[in-house]
Design a protein around this ligand. Structure first.
Ligand SMILES: NC(=O)c1ccc[n+]([C@@H]2O[C@H](COP(=O)([O-])OP(=O)(O)OC[C@H]3O[C@@H](n4cnc5c(N)ncnc54)[C@H](O)[C@@H]3O)[C@@H](O)[C@H]2O)c1
Length: 257
C-alpha cells in the first residue's frame, strides 16, 4: 500500500531528538524521502542509523546550526540540488528557551538567543526553501508554536518563549498569505507538554510539574512525539490541501479550558 507521503521530498529540522526525530521517522515510513539536519552530529547519526535499520529513506546534513544563515542555506540548497525539489518543510528544531522571569531576564544572554533560536531559524529556513518550493508549484510548511503562544505559565518564567511562539504563529499566517499564489501552504502545530529527553532534563515533563500539567488536561496523559507526528503528517500530506494559515493545537485539550 502506498504511503501517505509517497514521492514527497521532505525537509525536517532537528531530527536528532524529540518531536523532529518522531516526525522524520514517521514521514519516511509513509514513503517520503526525508532530508534532516541537526546541530548535534551524534544525535542526528543515531536517528539516521535507526532509519537505516528499518530501510527508510532518511538522510541528514550535520552539524547544521540553523541560527546561522549560511548553514541554513547550505542545508536547504543541498537537499534541493540532490532531489531537484522540496515539497515539505517541517521546522521542528528550536533551541532550549531561557525560562527566566521578566524581571531577571538578561537581554543579550537570554532574550536574544531565545528569539533567534525560536523565531529567526524558522524565517531563515522558509526563505531558503521558498525558491525550491515555488519552482515545483508549491508545497507544505509546518512550523511549531506552543500552548504558550496562547497562555502563560505559573510553573516557570517564560516571557521570551511565549513571545517567540506567538511570533512563529503570526509569521506563519503571513507566510500562508504570501505563499497562497505560489501553492505554498503554511500551518502551525501548537503542542502541549510532550515527553522528550529535553523536557525530562528540564524537569517539566516529570515529577510535580508534570502532575500539575496533567491535572489540567482533558486527556490525562502527557504527549509523546508520535502524537505530534500524526498531526504533522496530516498537515504535510495532500489530505490537507485546503488547509493553510491556521494552527492545530495538539495538547490534550489544555487550551479548551
Ligand atoms: N516538547 C514539548 O513539550 C514542546 C511543547 C511545545 C512546543 N514544542 C516545540 O516543538 C519543537 C520540537 O521540540 P522538541 O521538544 O522536540 O525539542 P528537543 O529539544 O527535544 O529537540 C530539538 C532538536 O533540535 C536540535 N537543535 C537545537 N538547536 C538547533 C540549531 N540551532 N540548529 C539545528 N538543530 C538544532 C537539537 O539538537 C534537537 O535534536 C520546538 O519548536 C519546540 O519549541 C515542544
Amino acid at each position: 500500500m502506498a504511503g501517505r507521503l509517497e514521492g514527497k521530498i521532505a525537509l525536517v529540522t532537528g531530527i536528532g531528538a524529540g518531536i523532529g526525530q518522531g516526525i522524520a521517522l514517521r514521514f519516511a515510513r509513509e514513503g517520503a524521502t526525508v532530508i534532516g539536519c541537526d546541530i548535534s552530529e551524534q544525535w542526528a547519526e543515531a536517528t539516521v542509523a535507526q532509519a537505516r535499520e528499518e530501510g527508510l529513506a532518511l538522510s541528514s546534513l550535520h552539524p547544521i546550526d540553523l541560527t546561522k544563515p549560511a548553514d541554513v542555506q547550505r542545508y536547504v540548497d543541498h537537499a534541493g540540488a540532490v532531489h531537484g525539489r522540496i515539497d515539505i518543510l517541517v521546522n521542528a528544531a528550536a533551541i532550549a528557551p531561557h525560562m527566566t522571569p521578566v524581571a531577571q531576564m538578561d537581554y543579550e544572554r537570554e532574550w536574544m538567543p531565545t528569539m533567534v533560536g525560536e523565531v529567526d531559524l524558522v524565517f531563515l529556513a522558509v526563505k531558503a526553501a521558498w525558491p525550491w518550493m515555488t519552482k515545483v508549484g508549491g508545497g507544505s510548511i509546518v512550523n511549531f508554536a506552543s500552548v504558550n503562544a496562547f497562555r502563560g505559565s505559573t510553573n516557570t518564567g517564560m516571557v521570551a518563549h511565549c513571545a517567540g511562539k506567538a511570533a512563529v504563529m503570526a509569521m506563519s499566517r503571513q507566510i500562508a498569505v504570501e505563499g497562497g499564489p505560489h501553492g505554498i501552504r503554511c500551518n502551525t502545530i501548537a503542542p502541549g507538554m510532550v515527553q522528550t529527553a529535553a523536557t525530562a532534563a528540564a524537569g517539566t515533563s516529570t515529577g510535580e510539574i508534570a502532575e500539575r500539567i496533567k491535572a489540567r488536561l482533558l486527556i490525562k496523559r502527557l504527549g509523546v512525539p508520535e502524537d505530534i507526528a500524526n498531526a504533522a503528517l496530516f498537515l504535510a500530506s495532500d489530505e490537507s490541501t485546503w488547509i493553510t494559515g491556521t494552527n492545530l493545537s495538539v495538547d490534550g485539550g489544555v487550551t479548551a479550558v
